[in-house]
Design a protein around this ligand. Structure first.
Ligand SMILES: [Zn+2]
Length: 89
């Protein structure tokens, strides 16, 4: 069963799995992560569809709740997807 070992659905960075991303999503959205962690976070959601989806939902809600808070640290890909998501809200 050594094959399943390499097929674990962890993120691209071994130190940063999906659970970590979900747990720190709010902190990321509120710019409370350090620069290194924020970079790792962006790197993960860029490569991980599951977390991208979570981030889409959370950041859209956050954006709606804090309209005057510009999502300056959100990647362009995420911003585009949030823009698309808003149409369906
Ligand atoms: Zn992930």
């Amino acid at each position: 069963m050594s094959m399943s070992e390499s097929e674990r659905t962890t993120g691209p960075c071994p130190a940063l799995d999906c659970q970590w991303v979900i747990d720190h999503l709010q902190a990321f959205l509120h710019d409370e992560l350090g620069e290194e962690q924020a970079n790792a976070f962006r790197h993960h959601i860029d490569a991980c569809d599951d977390c991208m989806e979570q981030a889409d939902i959370e950041s859209t809600i956050s954006h709606l709740l804090h309209r005057c808070y510009p999502p300056a640290h959100v990647s362009e890909t995420l911003r585009a997807r949030v823009g698309a998501l808003r149409v369906t809200l």
